[in-house]
Every structure is written in C-alpha cells, then in structure tokens.
Ligand binder design. Structure first.
Ligand SMILES: [Zn+2]
Length: 399
C-alpha cells in the first residue's frame, strides 16, 4: 500500500472525460452549469466552495503543465524528477538541482498570476469561494488573492528551508548567494537571459541562442561544469551546528567562500517544496483536510489529481457527498467515481465536468455570476494578462 500523503508521481494514462452535464461542452454551456453549481447552495445560505488547483491554472503564466492532456508526461524522455532522499543524501545531486534551479529562478520570479488566478480572487470577492488548496509551488494564488486563505499543499519555491533547523531563507537571498559562489554561472545566466534562450522550450532554438544541454537536459558550462557548482550552508546552522541524536554537534563545514562542503552532516538547504518521495508536513496536511471537511462544495481547477495527496482530498469531498465541479483539460484520476451516482438530469448543482482552460472559462463565469447577482463592478478594470514565458527549466523546479 502506498504511504499516505507521500508525494509520488503517477504515470498511468488517464481516460478522456465524460462532460457533465452534457450541455457543458461549450463555454456558454459550461458557464450555465457552473452557475448552477455556485448558485444552488446560495439558496440554502451556505456558499462555501473550496478551490483545489494544480499546474493547469498556471500554464498561461508561462509555466509548463507537468502532464499532458492524456495524463502522460509531456517532458522529454530523459527527464527524471529528483527525489527527496536523493537530494538529502547526495551532494552531487544537490549541485545538479541547484545549477538548474539557478538558471530557472529569474524567469520564474518574474512570472505573474494570470486571469484564472484573478478569477478565483473575484469568486472570493463575490463570497462564493472561501478557501483555496493548491498543489502549485509558484505562489501565484497568494499573489492574486492574498486575502483568500490558501493552503499550499506542496510548499512554495519562494523560500528555501533548512533540513536540519527548518529555518526558512528567501529564495531571492539564496539566489544572490548562488551567484556569488558561482560567478561563471552568474555571467552565463545574464547572457542567456539577454539572448532570450529561456523564453523558448525548443532545444534547437535554445541551442541557437547559446543554451546547450547534455542528453540528460543538464546545462554544462565548458569552463564550469555543474559538478563544480557550489551552494551555501544554512546561515543559522553554520553559526550554531545542531545537536544530533547521540548528543554530539553536527558538522557544518564550508569552504573559504562559504560553500557547503560534502563532509557536512547538517545545514543543508532545500527548496521549501515537497519533493517526490517526501511527506507533506503534518500541519499542512491537517489544514487541507480541515478545509475539505468544512467545505460545501469543491471546485477542481487545472489538475489531473495525479498526486495521491490531492486525489485523496477530492475523494474525501466525494465521500462527504458534497458537489464537485472539475475544470481541466484532459482526464482526471478516478473521475468516473466522483460522478458515478449523479442524476443525469441535474444541470450542474450536483456536479460539473468541463474540459476547458481555466483562464478562458473562469473570467467569463465571473462576469456571468456578477450579472446574475446584480452586483455592479465599479472596480477599475485590471489587465490580468500575463507575460508569456516558456521555460522548461521550470519543470525541474516544479517537481
Ligand atoms: Zn539550519
């Protein structure tokens, strides 16, 4: 049996969805169904929809979706996500991870939430969505709607966290340290940012713009291979190495510039995300579960629920008997079970399944809900269009 709430990749091919209700194959049909979904509970006075989102909602911000429409991996065959144990145990694996991450961070830090995230904010402002649970580590939900409580199931890339003392360090600060410790890489990053090589996922275009990768997808600088990449120690553990189980002090050793030595037994920083093979932190797991327990309905956005932790939350919603709506391009793990006992004549109040992009559908849905609720929007119209960045470097960071 799988260990509950450990993050593990799911590689089965997912079946195409059955659209529910049958009229929801078009944008207008989908909006009508979701309007039923949101407005039916209003009559009972208990509107408390929880959003559960995944990579699909961030695609139009330029972040690559992790899985394709049939649930298969879109990334190249040689791509292999790093596992938690490998990261913790292997200095070489960490060098490789941080070298890739160093190149991807600048573009990610500049990427912005898109119309889908802002539509979730609007649904919150309309009093229809009360909470968000996201599997995404890009912080876009928090940027788009800081007022709406959001559980980040798989953590966040905006910070690093020490694997010994659990102190967090802003990723920007860490990035500056990586640049200081790896000047050749810092110069190279400036070059490829200027060349636009990170704006494309096409390997040939990237090569033409000066970004060469080896068959494993790693960037190797001729004068500074990633095997020489350096990363800092946790500043706190460096000053005061933690006491280990046998009562002795752990070793936190750095070179003359402050880069962690492989002889260290503590003070290893990792991204504050849940890696594959890593368990979700208990307080986060409990917060997500509580959110589902308190929910009146569940709106699943842009996720195939391929990770067990997310699937289990949706399963719990189903077991509680609350209505579920799913907006996702491509199949969703176990979705037939979520809708198995639906009355075929229901129009969306008990369940919705549509296959449309969130950034296309949700703003139009918000507009319709505003009109039907008679709420006039005096808010200054914001341009929520995102800058388009395509950077497959993200795939390494997102997993
Ligand atoms: Zn530490």
């Amino acid at each position: 049996m799988r260990k509950p709430y450990m993050r593990i990749p799911y590689t089965d091919v997912l079946a195409s969805p059955t659209i529910i209700p049958q009229t929801a194959t078009t944008i207008s049909g989908a909006i009508a169904a979701l309007q039923e979904f949101f407005e039916a509970p209003l009559a009972k006075g208990s509107p408390s929809t929880v959003v559960l989102s995944g990579a699909g909602i961030s695609v139009s911000s330029g972040l690559a979706d992790y899985r394709g429409p049939k649930g298969t991996y879109r990334v190249n065959k040689t791509y292999r996500p790093i596992y938690y144990n490998e990261f913790i145990q292997n200095h070489e694996a960490r060098k490789r991870y941080w070298a890739r991450s160093f190149l991807g961070w600048t573009t990610l830090a500049k990427a912005k939430p898109n119309a889908g995230h802002y539509a979730v904010k609007d649904l919150g402002d309309l009093g229809l969505v009360r909470n968000v649970i996201t599997q995404n580590v890009d912080s876009f939900h928090l940027k788009a709607h800081p007022q709406l409580p959001t559980v980040e199931l798989h953590g966040y890339l905006r910070s690093c966290v020490c694997t010994s003392c659990h102190e967090e360090l802003p990723r920007d600060t860490f990035q500056n340290e990586l640049a200081r410790l790896n000047p050749a890489w810092a110069a190279f990053l400036q070059e490829i940012l200027a060349s636009g090589a990170l704006d494309t996922e096409n390997p040939d275009e990237r090569r033409a713009k000066g970004l060469r990768t080896n068959p494993d997808g790693d960037v190797d600088l001729p004068d500074a291979p990633y095997t020489t990449f350096r990363y800092p120690a946790c500043p706190r553990c460096l000053v005061a190495p933690p006491i280990v189980a046998d009562g002795s002090r752990a070793k936190v050793e750095v070179d003359a510039d402050g880069a962690l030595k492989p002889t260290s037994t503590a003070g290893i920083l990792k991204p504050a995300v849940i890696m594959f093979g890593e368990n979700i932190r208990p307080p986060v797991k409990m917060a997500a579960e509580k959110t589902i327990e308190d929910a009146g309905s569940l709106l699943v956005l842009g996720t195939s629920l391929a990770t067990y932790s997310a699937w289990r939350l949706a399963k719990r919603a189903k077991d509680r008997g609350i209505p579920i709506a799913i907006v996702n391009l491509g199949g969703v793990r176990g979705e037939d079970g979520f809708f198995a006992d639906l009355d075929p004549s229901q129009r969306g109040d008990r369940g919705v399944r549509v296959e449309l992009s969130t950034d296309e559908l949700l703003p139009a849905l918000v507009e319709q809900l505003r009109q039907s609720s008679g709420i006039r929007t005096t808010r200054k119209a914001c341009d929520h269009s995102a800058e388009q960045h395509g950077a497959s470097v993200f795939k390494d960071m997102m997993s």
